[in-house]
Structure formats: structure tokens, C-alpha cells
Ligand binder design. Structure first.
Ligand code: GLU
Length: 313
């Protein structure tokens, strides 16, 4: 009997995790959010799930970490579901920036003064203001409920230490938000919008939670385990396109060449990626490379993509 691909992944993964883990010592954990500096620098874990619910995991998959920028993919989708494409892209553009995720540079330089895309901080803060809800609490509840649905995990919640740590120190994001308000991009009170943003960034997950969310994107918005269409196909297409063009910060081009899959990383060291039509993948490795992506995680995904010929290109 020949081995299926998932059997081969199962056989190879523990070894690859251990060899990729060696990269951790060449990176650094994020420290600009003070609480994140406590993340375990040597950790690396990955969980892969297929359409029939078979899963493979290796490494430190028991650790919880905050979604950070990975949550931006899903707030974008929720805003699209709430108010549609035209209203969303009236406030946020569709182009990569070439600048850091927290840069304000082009907001003033390039007209009409709207953020370049929904995955940089300025764009994601604008998206937070577009989520439907009568108050910031209601908006935050809707985001959390949406992620609970996609991850099939009703106990998903916030890491309040990380939430407070970011909210107390986010001078740059705060200045960006006030600038956006002045430009007429933000709806509502600035501090309320920021609260929605800090909360969704601080949602605590495991690799398995991310893999479940990614599985829905891999199946164009349908949960293949239940057959339920959770997200309209068009909005998944938009989200996956942003993941390819801007999901891995300023290394998105390099990642497209070396791995060739839609992905989104966060400063906590998480990466959500997927093999279209097949797998959802969640990974964590808090030691980051100079571009802000998990150093060992990227190495591991490069090995997997090459071995199993997963690149879309
Ligand atoms: N909450 C983080 C921030 O705004 C998210 C950054 C990221 O993961 O890229 O700085």
C-alpha cells in the first residue's frame, strides 16, 4: 500500500521541526509590546489539517499565542461581509507598500490619504472601524464570535495581559489612528476603534485553532468538515490575494518565491497558511527574522513546500 501525502508529512514532520528549530537562535522575539518579550524564543510548533479532519502536528503545539496581525485577515473578511467590497475599498487600498507594517510614511505622501492595504496597521485600524456594531464592545464580540465559528472553538478568548500591554504602549498606532481620523478615514471615536483593534490582535490561539481557520480559507469559505459555507467565496478570494501580496510583511515577495502559498504572519510568531483545496496550517515560532516573520517557521514552510511541491506558482 502506498503512503498518502498526510502519512508522509506525519513521518517527516518531527525531524523537520527539530532541524528548523535550530534557526531560532538567529532571531529575536518581539519586544515593542512588552508582554510579547516573555514568549519562548526556542519554541516551534505546527499543526496541519486536511478536508476529512485528519491532522498532523509536531513540536510545541500546546502553547497559546496571540493572533496579532493574523487577525487582520478575518476582520477584513468580516467587514466585507458587513458592508461589501465597495464600501470597504472606499476607505482602504489594495496595494503592497514596501514599508514597515506600522509605517505612517505614505499616509501623508500619497493621495488620497487612505491606507495602502488592510493588512498594514493603518489599514487594519480603518477596517476595525468598519465592523458592524453599535459599540466597540459589540464589534469586538462579533469579531471574537466569528473567529470562534471559524476555529470551531467556543472557548477562544483574549490574552488580557497582551491586550493591556499593547493598549498601554501603542503610541505609534495611536498617532496613526488620530491621523486617519483627521483624514476622514476612521468612523467613530478613535479610542473605541483602537480598542477593537487591540482586542482582536490579542485573541489567544493554538496552532490547531489557526489550522482550522485556514482550512476554511483553503476550501473557499466552506468548512469541509460540516459542508457549511461560512464566508462568501469572493471574500475569501480577496483575503487570499492580500495574503499573497502583503501577508508576510516586506518579505511577501520572497515568501511567494520560496513557499508560494497564501499566508499571514504576526509579531507573536504565528503564521496561518494553507494549501488551496487541501490543508489548513497553523504554526508558531516566536523568534522573528529581521522582516518580522517567524525565522524557524519560514524555514519549516520552505522545506514542506519544496518536498510536497505545494507552490502555486
Ligand atoms: N498588534 C500589533 C501591532 O499593532 C500587530 C502587529 C503585527 O502582528 O504585525 O503592532
Amino acid at each position: 500500500m502506498s503512503l498518502t501525502e498526510i502519512d508522509r508529512i506525519h513521518a517527516l514532520l518531527p525531524h523537520w521541526v527539530e532541524s528548523s528549530r535550530q534557526q531560532c537562535s538567529y532571531g529575536k522575539v518581539a519586544s515593542y509590546i512588552p508582554e510579547l518579550s516573555k514568549s519562548p524564543i526556542g519554541a516551534l510548533g505546527i499543526h496541519i489539517i486536511d478536508a476529512s479532519g485528519h491532522s498532523v502536528s509536531a513540536g510545541d503545539t500546546e502553547i497559546s499565542f496571540t493572533m496579532q496581525s493574523i487577525s487582520k485577515v478575518f476582520t477584513l473578511i468580516l467587514a466585507l461581509m458587513d458592508i461589501g467590497e465597495e464600501a470597504v475599498f472606499d476607505k482602504v487600498g489594495m496595494e503592497p507598500t514596501g514599508d514597515n507594517f506600522n509605517s505612517m510614511l505614505k499616509l501623508e505622501l500619497v493621495q488620497p490619504g487612505i491606507p495602502f492595504n488592510p493588512l498594514i496597521n493603518a489599514g487594519a485600524i480603518a477596517i476595525s472601524s468598519l465592523i458592524a456594531g453599535a459599540s466597540s464592545t459589540e464589534k469586538s464580540c462579533r469579531v471574537l464570535d466569528f473567529l470562534r465559528l471559524l476555529s470551531n472553538n467556543d472557548s477562544l478568548s483574549y490574552d488580557l495581559d497582551v491586550y493591556r500591554s499593547e493598549s498601554d504602549t501603542a503610541n505609534l498606532n495611536r498617532s496613526m489612528a488620530y491621523f486617519l481620523k483627521d483624514n476622514g478615514v476612521l468612523e467613530g471615536a478613535v479610542e473605541d476603534v483602537l480598542d477593537v483593534y487591540f482586542r482582536h490582535c490579542s485573541i489567544s490561539v493554538t496552532c490547531a485553532d489557526l489550522a482550522q481557520m485556514a482550512l476554511v480559507l483553503a476550501h473557499n469559505g466552506k468548512n469541509p468538515l460540516t459542508g457549511e459555507q461560512l464566508i462568501p467565496r469572493r471574500y475569501v478570494q480577496i483575503a487570499k490575494t492580500f495574503m499573497i501580496t502583503c501577508g508576510m510583511y516586506n518579505a511577501s515577495g520572497e515568501f511567494a518565491i520560496q513557499v508560494g502559498l497564501p499566508a499571514k504572519s504576526g509579531v507573536s510568531g504565528g503564521i496561518l497558511t494553507l494549501v488551496p483545496g487541501r490543508y489548513g496550517i497553523g504554526l508558531v515560532g516566536p523568534s522573528l527574522n529581521r522582516k518580522g516573520n517567524s525565522i524557524a517557521g519560514v524555514a519549516l514552510l520552505e522545506s514542506l513546500s519544496r518536498e510536497f511541491d505545494w507552490s502555486l506558482f
